[in-house]
Ligand binder design. Structure first.
Ligand code: SF4
Ligand code: SF4
Length: 739
């Protein structure tokens, strides 16, 4: 009989067809699978709380729910990478819908039908059947794409230094999903083959597959159906039970980690607040991480997104953010079972003595009992004693790894599990520097220079304002009633190239009539390199000195030409009472152009690319203003490098690397210079004095000085303003409205 989709009637199917008598056994097995799942999760939870300092992240629930929704249910971060994003999306959304479908089937069979309220009928049933097949197919395609990628394509990021890091667990998880979907379609096909409902084409995948069984007699088909049904059921239940013991646990941990993501500004580092009382600083042992930081490591799915753009890894250093997180996780997995067992034994002893843990609920008591039994069973298979203590910094994490990080934030920006790599690295650096007084090579001298002369080079602090001598710039001591403080920073004050940028920017401000002043010799180093190099003590001393001076002049608005100073003043100084409005000079220049306060009339010929500084882009989201400025310059041709915006490649100077030698692998600044050369440009525009130095060195190393140069945006704008031929505007105009 032909079926017309326009005359929908009582279409449907018998749920549990050919398997209705298996229902009690299935119930029992489901209960066992769920119990194994629940116990696995409980055991993992005990491991999460066994080590680490307590840390609660339950504030601002609205924002946390938004992060959960965007990153877990919308898969926002995952989709940034098309192939793995689509692959994961197909599996995730497909499975999500199939789980709902299974719940609908169960409700229909166990509740709705017996009560006479069957709802899987008519048009609803047909659409339901269609969607189940569609999303089942989506999972199938997703898994095949995953298998192809992991075992055929084998991208470097699914390994380490050219070797894949596949585990049997990876294969088992993929095979289980593949098996569940394929057997699901076979069951459907065999049912359709035997029952032949006229609306079968709505279950299009099963209907198509049923053609393969065309010659099969109904009796054999029913036996085959029964066997496949059991294989499907056992694999599905095995999948549920396997979740907490395998990589599949990321289905639970990753959303939880998104929910507990840091709500602090990008690149945030919690200041050390107990210098007077603490005996040890930073993180020298696994236990000194917070529980959230340990949970964070457990959430890593080894997707390798972080490694894909890590300048340290790509330049051949021993650091890979993925490996670093996995090394912490592996060490935790070694230590946590023994720590959890010891904690449980203490709790049981306390409960036995009528202590505060005596009032635990029945479920908790039952789970503890199972835990004791499992530990007893595992005895002999597990080492008798707790694993030998290793030095977290030095053995678990190699010192070269630790010091190779440029703090570029690529890993954190692109991690699909919201893992926080940089705070862990900073914590371990703080331990080395502050507790063990073991600095990275060269950083000791840099810190001493900062202590003695408040700049990393150790140039006399009294020379700090010499660059401005002939520019007619007032200090705040001379005129405290200015709108803006121009915080010049160490590069802008002492480095020859940086001084030119400061001069160009000052001339722009004067031409635009902006009311500003500098601190002169009262200015000090912002402290960013000290902080990023682990010397939080020195950093706080430098920050507090600056804040005191700034507050003394009642400073409210600050402009910085260095993104490192900009970031520190804007985000970190508020911890020490320095709450200012802080702008980067590209924000100010973009606003001055938009408001017509400066005009760019002289063509600046040349093909330019813009290099996004990490501390401007990923740390502060300033991508647009520098590009808007360059686009406003007449004659300037702007070409993007392949790695740009949030995927920009670091110049190699952040994280205090500016002051360290780079003797392992390729030089990062040379790699970035090569990327600019590949873009076919002859000028690199920057908005950071560190990038200016690093890329200028890269051009020298690549012997391209003849044809290539690096310019700060302020220098380009100054040229385009053609100020040499024009008298600077005398009168002071209103402050620019920064967007
Ligand atoms: S911050 Fe940058 S250099 Fe450091 S681990 Fe992450 S990606 Fe690598
Ligand atoms: S840290 Fe994040 S980005 Fe890196 S491998 Fe783990 S989950 Fe992927």
């Amino acid at each position: 009989m032909e079926h017309s989709p326009f005359t929908v009637g009582n279409e449907g199917r018998q749920v549990f067809w050919n398997a209705e008598y298996f229902e009690p056994i299935l119930f029992l097995l489901t209960a066992v699978a769920l119990a194994i799942f629940a116990y696995g999760l409980y055991r993992r939870w005990r491991m999460w709380v066994a080590l680490g300092k307590p840390e609660t992240r339950l504030d601002n629930l609205g924002e946390r729910l938004r992060l959960l929704l965007m990153n877990s249910f919308v898969q926002w971060k995952t989709f940034r990478d098309p192939y793995p994003g689509i692959m994961h999306g197909l599996i995730f959304f497909g499975f999500f819908v199939l789980i709902f479908g299974a719940a609908f089937d169960a409700t229909e069979f166990h509740i709705a039908e017996p009560l006479g309220w069957a709802f899987l009928r008519g048009a609803f049933y047909l659409v339901f059947s269609f969607l189940m097949d569609l999303f089942g197919l989506a999972v199938l395609i997703g898994v095949l794409l995953a298998i192809y990628r992991r075992y055929v394509q084998r991208p470097d990021r699914l390994g380490y230094q050219g070797k894949p890091d596949n585990t049997p667990d990876d294969a088992l998880a993929l095979l289980l999903i593949l098996g569940i979907i394929v057997t699901g379609f076979v069951i459907e096909a065999l049912r359709i083959h035997v029952t032949k409902p006229p609306w079968e084409y709505w279950s299009f995948a099963g209907w198509f597959l049923a053609k393969a069984f065309a010659g099969l007699d109904p009796g054999t088909a029913k036996i085959l159906h029964k066997i496949t049904w059991w294989v499907h059921a056992l694999m599905s239940l095995g999948f549920i039970a396997y979740i907490p013991y395998s990589r599949l646990i990321h289905m639970i941990i990753t959303p939880a980690n998104h929910f507990m993501a840091s709500l602090q500004p990008a690149g945030y580092s919690e200041p050390i607040r107990d210098f007077e009382t603490a005996e040890s600083f930073g993180v020298g042992k696994l236990e000194e991480f917070s529980r959230k930081q340990i949970f964070d490591a457990d959430a890593c799915t080894r997707c390798g997104r972080c490694q894909d753009g890590c300048p340290a890894y790509l330049s051949g250093k021993p650091l890979s953010p993925k490996k670093l997180i996995q090394d912490i996780k592996t060490y935790w997995l070694e230590k946590a079972p023994a720590a959890a067992a010891a904690k449980r034994a203490a709790e049981l002893a306390d409960a036995g003595a009528g202590g505060k843990t005596a009032k635990r609920g029945l479920l908790r008591k039952a789970l503890d009992r199972v835990d004791v039994m499992v530990d007893a069973r595992l005895k002999g298979k597990m080492p008798e004693e707790a694993p030998a203590e290793k030095a977290l910094v030095g053995e678990v994490i190699d010192l070269h790894e630790l010091w190779a990080c440029t703090n570029c934030l690529y890993c954190m920006e692109h991690c699909s599990a919201s893992i926080e790599h940089v705070p862990k690295i900073l914590g371990m650096r703080q331990y080395k520097v502050l507790t063990e007084a073991d600095f990275a090579p060269e950083l000791q001298l840099t810190c001493r220079n900062m202590e003695n002369n408040s700049n990393p080079w150790g140039i006399g602090a009294h020379l700090r304002a010499d660059w401005a001598k002939d520019l007619g710039v007032k200090t705040l001591a001379e005129d405290p009633n200015v709108e803006y403080l121009f915080y010049v920073g160490c590069s802008g004050s002492f480095d020859d190239r940086g001084k030119k940028v400061s001069a160009a920017f000052v001339k722009i401000l004067k031409a635009a009539g902006v009311s500003f002043g500098i601190l002169g010799t009262q200015e000090g180093c912002c402290g960013d390199s000290a902080m990023r190099g682990g010397n939080e003590y020195l950093y706080q001393a430098l920050a507090q000195a600056n804040i005191e001076v700034m507050k003394g002049y009642n400073v409210r608005k600050i402009i910085a030409t260095c993104p490192h100073g900009y970031n520190a003043l804007k985000k970190d100084y508020p911890h020490f009472g320095g709450a200012f409005e802080v702008y980067h000079h590209t924000e100010i220049i973009a606003a001055l152009i938009a408001q017509g306060k400066i005009s760019l009339k002289k063509p600046v010929e040349g093909s330019f690319t813009y290099h996004d500084s990490c501390f401007l882009g990923r740390y502060n989201g300033i991508y647009d203003q520098p590009r808007r400025i360059l686009e406003a310059v007449p004659g300037l041709k702007l070409t993007e490098m392949e790695r740009n915006l949030a995927k920009s490649f670091c110049c190699g100077a952040g994280g205090a690397r500016m002051w360290m030698e780079e003797d392992i692998g390729e030089r990062i600044n040379n790699m970035r210079t090569d990327q600019a050369i590949a873009a076919g440009v002859d000028r690199i525009a920057v908005g950071c004095p560190f990038c200016l130095t690093m890329l200028s060195d890269g051009i020298k190393d690549r012997k391209k000085e003849e044809g290539m140069a690096v310019l700060d945006i302020a220098e380009i704008v100054y040229k385009a303003m053609d100020l040499e031929e024009e008298k600077p505007a005398g009168e002071v105009c209103a402050a620019p409205q920064v967007q």
